[in-house]
Design a protein around this ligand. Structure first.
Ligand SMILES: [Fe+2]
Length: 593
């Protein structure tokens, strides 16, 4: 009944046990599955329920057992059944057949996007008693969580890495007993739950599928299915796969295509999706994946963008109790891709780059995400206290595209001019992660200075000859001047061969390289104390040994960049996006709903 091995042609072999049939199905449970007949074999088995009570601890590094969960398919009336059959037939015999004739570029080719350790895994209930080498620092008593894209189903056609369903990998660290446990769970988005119940993907993939006329056809199919009540888009269509932030008692998982999802960390170190979180009815717009928590005030600053209607961009914030400020609409000529922004002590800095959304490009057969060479990149500066955009100051920074901004602060320059300093990784070509440009991608750690008196900008590369992405500064210093940035060495792109501590003044780089055929991701920095030295704390990253096919969590002392501990993980952890650390105290203080 379950043909659940991935298409052999899709994956280059990595011999991961997570794709072996024998662990995808628990023989003792398989008769309980009553999913509808599938037209597309599911990539992964059905979701697992979060454990309500601690499971018995298996021996260290034992292969996790999988317990499929029954998802009820929707009950359809006769008209819906007819519509469903007709639309399925249209999709299979027309849209999918036409898609097969189109050659995919590498940015949306699933064979490339999901190759090796980018391939998805299945859920894993909590595994205790992991082997720990070295000593877990006392600072790290809590849970390290990292989000990533992990498609539940094998892609039908185009798939971009960013399109995958959100999955969080969690390692609970107990420094007193030097113990660690691991679990990973899908974020149970509305989209994921509906697709799991249907047994196949039906929601369009914004980057991988929505190209040209066939992208429009996919959109129309989706609208038709929503029209007949076969799928429900009113509860969001997002994947929640990019960012994680702990704020006001909630761990929030975000992608910029939807509201955040609230995820609860259990006492046992497992993860439960509480649901789509609208801040008690205060928001109904998507939030970007990188909100900023001001370390002094505790407020959460964020943006929301809309690619279809004005205002294309809104800014707002939440106080420490989660009360939202009023929206500030930001006037933009076109909807723009804004993945990240920055705050300083008194300002908010909003980028408006040349990478824009032009849905009309789809009619011409292209991607709706394009580089607009006529546009000049610029940064908008608002005061944190502004109530509308009337005082926003736009300063041009030509040909600048930073997917991420790591920090910003205020300075008085040598001419006594008030200046904002921004630290980001500038990508070139700017749209290469979307367009499939053959030009090799560069992501250079850079300093951008905005002179608020003259309205001029300057930009300099801090570290050249090395791709530095996926990083951060000490979060207790966010918005204030920092000396260091902790970055992933994103070479060979898009893999990360090590982590780097960068002195932003001198440009000196202290590296930790993982070793031959070993690659990690974003290093997450946990400061030891609030008042301590800026680099006093620890860096963590999941690392994959591609040769030995083992995954581990590496912990490095950021002061001297020496490894202090390593946790061996029982399962393959794919490369992913962003993480955070939730202390044991914050876990105790989580909201119960
Ligand atoms: Fe990001």
């Amino acid at each position: 009944m379950h043909t659940i091995l991935p298409n052999p042609s899709l994956h280059k072999p990595h011999n991961s046990p997570s794709f072996s049939c024998k662990i995808l199905i628990n023989p003792s449970k398989k008769n309980t599955i009553t999913l509808p007949r599938r037209h597309t074999p599911p990539f992964l088995p059905p979701l697992l329920p979060p454990s309500s009570s601690p499971p018995p601890s298996p021996p260290p590094l034992a292969e996790p057992k999988i317990f499929p969960l029954k998802f009820e398919p929707p009950k359809l009336n006769p008209l819906q059944k007819l519509a469903s059959l007709a639309l399925d037939m249209l999709e299979k015999s027309v849209v999918t057949e036409l898609e097969k004739k189109h050659k995919l570029n590498r940015t949306v080719d699933p064979e490339i996007q999901l190759e090796g350790n980018f391939a998805p895994v299945q859920e894993c209930p909590v595994q205790h008693g992991l082997e720990v080498i070295g000593q877990i620092p006392s600072t790290l008593t809590g849970v390290y969580v990292r989000n990533g894209a992990n498609p539940l189903f094998e892609p039908i056609n185009g798939h971009h890495l960013f399109d995958g369903d959100g999955m969080i990998h969690a390692v609970k660290l107990d420094s007193v007993n030097n113990k660690a446990s691991y679990s990973c769970r899908f974020i149970q988005t509305s989209r994921l739950v509906q697709e799991a119940a249907l047994g196949r993907p039906v929601f369009p993939k914004p980057i991988g599928e929505l190209h040209g006329h066939l992208g429009l056809a996919r959109l129309l199919l989706f609208f038709a299915r929503t029209r007949f009540g076969l799928v429900d888009a009113t509860k969001g269509t997002g994947v929640a796969n990019a960012g994680l932030v702990y704020f006001n008692g909630r761990l929030l998982a975000m992608s910029e295509d939807d509201l955040p999802y609230s995820v609860r960390i259990t006492d046992d170190g497992d993860l439960e999706t509480n649901g789509r979180y609208n801040f008690d009815g205060q928001i109904d717009d998507p939030l970007i994946a990188h909100p900023k928590v001001d370390p002094i005030t505790g407020e959460l600053y964020t943006l929301s963008y809309n690619v279809l209607k004005k205002p294309y961009l809104k800014f707002f914030k939440f106080d420490t109790c989660g009360n939202k400020s009023r929206d500030i609409s930001i006037s933009l000529q076109n909807p723009t891709m804004i993945h990240d922004f920055a705050i300083t002590e008194n300002h908010v800095i909003i980028p408006d780059y040349q990478v824009v959304f032009k849905l009309s490009e789809m009619l011409r057969g292209g991607s709706p995400v394009i580089h607009d060479p006529e546009k000049v990149s610029r940064f908008g500066v608002l005061s944190k206290d502004d109530h509308d955009e009337s005082r926003i100051r736009w300063i041009e920074v030509p040909n600048c595209f930073c997917m991420h901004l790591w920090n910003a602060w205020e300075e008085i320059n040598e001419d006594d001019d008030e200046t904002l300093v921004i630290i980001g990784s500038c990508m070139s070509p700017p749209d290469s992660i979307f367009s499939g440009s053959d030009e090799s991608l560069k992501s250079e750690l850079s300093e951008i200075r905005l002179n608020l008196k003259t309205g001029k900008s300057t930009r300099r590369v801090i570290v050249s000859g090395m791709n530095l992405e996926a990083g951060q500064v000490n979060k207790n210093k966010l918005g204030r001047k920092t000396r260091y940035a902790f970055m992933a060495i994103a070479d060979p792109w898009p893999k990360c061969s090590g982590l780097a501590k960068v002195d932003l003044v001198t440009g000196n780089v202290t590296k930790v390289l993982y070793g031959d055929e070993k690659f990690g991701g974003e290093p997450y920095f946990v400061p030891s104390t609030k008042e301590g030295k800026e680099d006093e704390g620890y860096l963590m990253s999941y690392v994959r040994d591609e040769m030995k096919e083992k995954s581990e969590l590496v912990i490095v002392n950021a002061s001297n960049m020496k490894q202090v501990a390593l946790v061996k993980l029982p399962k393959r952890v794919p490369y992913g996006f962003h993480g955070t650390f939730v202390s044991s105290q914050d876990i105790c203080n989580q909201s119960s709903c």
